[in-house]
Design a protein around this ligand. Structure first.
Ligand SMILES: [Zn+2]
Ligand SMILES: [Zn+2]
Length: 261
């Protein structure tokens, strides 16, 4: 072996090692090796969650409230549609129907947080797989609908670097094979955080937050509004109100998670 080559090898190896560890930490950030919920190995599971944790996410299936999608605590037979929860019997919503994939707790809550607050949106891989499974068994059909995200205020988007509702809406549109119409609504007011607010405060705070730029595009369209979490329905309701004000057709809501009381 020539002396120059013998000398060059260790440097090359060092560089290679450094490169590998850099690539490893970048990949680890994008696709962590351990499950984000239980911290156990996620071999055989998804990109972020291990198989047992993924299995813990149960879908909200019937019986549920026909209007807001709240799981109904009834064990007897009831008509397939038309059942309304106590809340929806008191107050109607500006949207026609809301449905959610699962309840906003434990594993799904962690996945939503990870998706929302981590600096990269890679959790979308596991979310897409969940959406596929959920919609494959969902009784509702959305033929003719346009999928639209509930828009984030540009200030929030700048903080986070990406718009999670848009990414979610894009996945929903792809799974349901529907057109994505992301420009139907815009957020004209930064409403701050809705967390820690009562139902009445939430709906007051969100009033007038959305606007329709081009009503001629919205008119007559059936819209499936997509957001990450349904809490009291105030945000989705206000977005639906803006769309209905511009003469949209049906406005349904789909969220990844829902607060179940
Ligand atoms: Zn796990
Ligand atoms: Zn309801």
């Amino acid at each position: 072996m020539p002396p120059a080559r013998a000398k060059a090898m260790p440097i090359f190896k060092k560089l290679e090692k450094l490169g590998r560890s850099l690539a490893g930490s970048v990949l680890d950030g994008l696709f962590p090796r351990s499950c984000i919920y239980c911290r156990g190995p996620r071999a055989g599971g998804g990109e972020f969650l291990c198989a047992p944790c993924l299995g813990e996410i149960t879908f909200i299936r019937r019986p549920y409230c026909d209007a807001c999608g709240m799981p109904a605590d009834i064990s007897y037979e009831f008509p397939a549609s038309g059942f309304l929860c106590g809340e929806c019997r008191k107050n109607s919503h500006p949207f026609d129907r809301a449905r959610s994939l699962g309840s906003y707790d434990t594993v799904l809550r962690e996945l939503v947080h990870f998706f929302k607050y981590s600096p990269q949106p890679g959790a979308v891989v596991d979310i897409a797989a969940l959406l596929k499974r959920y919609f494959a068994g969902a009784p509702e059909t959305y033929a003719g609908f346009y999928v639209a995200p509930v828009p984030l205020h540009f200030r929030k988007m700048r903080e986070r670097g990406f718009d999670q509702s848009f990414l979610l809406a894009r996945e929903v549109a792809s799974v349901l094979k529907l057109p994505l119409a992301s420009g139907l609504l815009c957020r004209v007011r930064d409403t701050g955080s809705q967390a820690a607010k009562t139902r009445a405060e939430r709906s007051r705070n969100i009033r007038g937050a959305f606007a329709v730029d081009r009503p001629e595009v919205v008119r007559g369209k059936d819209v499936l509004l997509v957001d990450d979490v349904f809490t009291t329905g105030a945000t989705a309701g206000e977005a639906a109100r803006a769309l209905k004000g511009a003469n949209a057709g049906r406005v349904n809501v789909f969220t990844l998670a829902r607060v179940v009381l």
